[in-house]
Structures are given as C-alpha cells and as structure tokens.
Write a protein that binds this ligand. Sequence first.
Ligand code: ZN
Ligand code: ZN
Length: 397
Amino acid sequence: MKIQIYNGNQIGGCVTTIESNNGTKIAIDIGSNLPSTKKKKQEDLKIEGLTIEGKKKFDAVFITHYHGDHIGLYNKLLDEIPVYIGEISKEIFIKVQRKLVNAKKAPKENLELINKFITFKIPEKIKINDILITPIEVDHSAFNAHALLIECDGKKILHTGDFRIHGPRGKAVIPAIKKYVGKVDCLICEGTTLSRNRELPLTENELQYKAEKIFKENKNIFVFCSSTNIDRIAVLHKAALKARKIFICDDYQKDMLLYIDSISRSNLYKFNYVYNYRPNLLKIMNDDGFVMLVRDNYFSRKMLEKFPKNSFVYSQWDGYLNKEFEEYKSLQEFVPKNHIYLHTSGHAHFEAIQQVCNIVKPNILIPIHSEKPEEFNKMNLENCVIKQLENGEIYNL
Ligand SMILES: [Zn+2]
Ligand SMILES: [Zn+2]
C-alpha cells in the first residue's frame, strides 16, 4: 500500500493518505493550518481528488478529532466523499459551528455538510472496500479523540492522531492499544511536544489541585480556556466545588457540558453545579466570590468590568499570547498581563510516545504533527526505522 503525508513536519494541518494495492484511497484528517507567526503565512492544502481540485479520487475521510487543525478544511472536500467521525465529536463540532453560524461568522451551509458526517462508536470497525479501520479512543484536549488502526494488504498501521496519557482518560490509552492493536508494521505518530522541553507534564489531576488552591486563595476568578476542552473544564468545575465557589458559564457552554453529562457515566463529567449567568446570581457572587469561564467577547468584557477586583486564570497554551501571532491580537488584549497561568499539554510527552512504541513495535515510524521529527531518533527504538516523509512523498509499505 502507499502512504503519503502532507504538512507532517509542522504542528497542525497534517493530512495522511493511504491507498491499498487495489486502489482504495482514504485520508486521515483534513485540518487547516494553525495560525502562524506573520513570517510564514501558508495557503490551505490542496490535494488532487480530495479537496476542490479535480475529480474525486478518495473513498473516505476519517477525522480523528474536532480540533481545527484536524477538521478545518472539511468544507473544501469534494462533495461526494463520505466523512467519518466519532459520534460525540460530531455533536460537539455541531454545537461549535452552530454558534459561529448564529454569530454570522460562518455560512449555514457548513451545518448541512457536518450533518452528513457518518459517525462511529468504539469498538466498531469500519470497512472501506479492502481497508479495515478500527478507531481507538485516546486521551487528548479534545473529547472523543481517536487513534486509528488501519489494516490492509496484510499490513497494519497505527495512526495516533493527537493523544496523551496524562489526562483523565490517559490510563486507558496504553491498555487499549495493547488490546486492539498489538504489533504493527508502521506507526504514524504525533510528536508535538518533541520541540519543547523533556519535563514530565502536569497531569490534569494535579492541575485540579492547583486550581483548587487558586480558587480558595482568591475571591472573584475568571478563567479562560477552550470551550471544547471538556476535561479541563471538568477539573476546573471539580476544583470550584471543593473550593466552595459557584461555577458560572454562558448558555452555549452550559449546553455543551450538559450534553457531555448526558452521554457519560463518569463522575468527572457530572456537571450538576454549573450555572449559566443570570442577574439573580449577583448577590451570591458579590458575597462569596465565584469561578466564571470567560471568552474574548462582549459579555465577558462586561463581567470583567463589573468585577474589577478579580484574578484571571489563563488555561490554554501560552504560545498564543506571543505578540508574533497577529491572529491572536484580540486575545492578547483580552488576557491581562498579570494573569495566573494554569495549563498542561494535550499532547504526549517523550516517554508516552516511547510506551506506545514499546507495545506496537513498529518496523517503520513516520513522524507527523511535529516541528522536530528528528527527535524520534533519540528514542532508540529497536528494529525501527524512522522515516520522515516530504510533502506528498510516496512511501510504499
Ligand atoms: Zn493537532
Ligand atoms: Zn488536537
């Protein structure tokens, strides 16, 4: 079979394509480039027969998770290509897009396209002609993220998507890979953190304790984090409960959390104590303080003005606050300079990747989603060749 990688040597916007010997062709992820510094503006990726260029040549597209750098170009796909995504991912993505459509920041045709996505649920397997795909749920800063096992032409490939093992669902990742995957011929692996330092990341559990301390020591707390980073919001919610603070968000966020609550059996995702802001909460907020999720919008700015004595917690990657990211100018103005930084990565650290390699024992490892793919060489993997692919270069497995 043939493997091709596009935009593999950068973080975000990586597309993997796999073609069987019989000519069945699938793509894994179809993301947009993450906003970059002004020095390197990039065009959207164009792949013949997949995006708007030329005649259809693909039989399916699989989306590992709903982050924009994995799904963002879905509306550029040729119409007839079916798109597969996790059931819960689709629901969350619809909620996000509906908000954009309502705010007139996206055309409503986008929702029609997303409604057509075909969903899968673990431990389902999906067959696209002679290619068999098994999704494996992984831990990531997106809920319902998947790695994909691809079986075809007598070979096995594991595509990790974005993953980590230090979040609330992290403990299940390695056993799931052991159970459903085992040895593979080829591992296509994300390496986001390899360009960063080698320290072990904070777990979301440890982050919860830090949050609890901050919430106890301060009265009025505003928290900025992604509305779809459900695990983060879940631990912040738990920390607020322990600190005996009311936990407030807007209607959009509450709707998202109640949806997760309704489909999950885990205690972590019971969002019974989430309040959407109403003026009748003002008394309790004034008396006892609060934890409120905010976003860079009019409502949040008004709330910050209403409570000028506050502590502001910034809970996502701090790279966005770097002045070189012009697209984040508004965010940079919104987040006060004296904010408290409370974050941990959504991506696997060096040792987590090594653990995966020790289970799947790949003959070939193809790095993706990494600015420093050469760091994989430092893992000293036995009987494994690290193969960095150039944009669109064909690798015959
Ligand atoms: Zn990503
Ligand atoms: Zn991601």
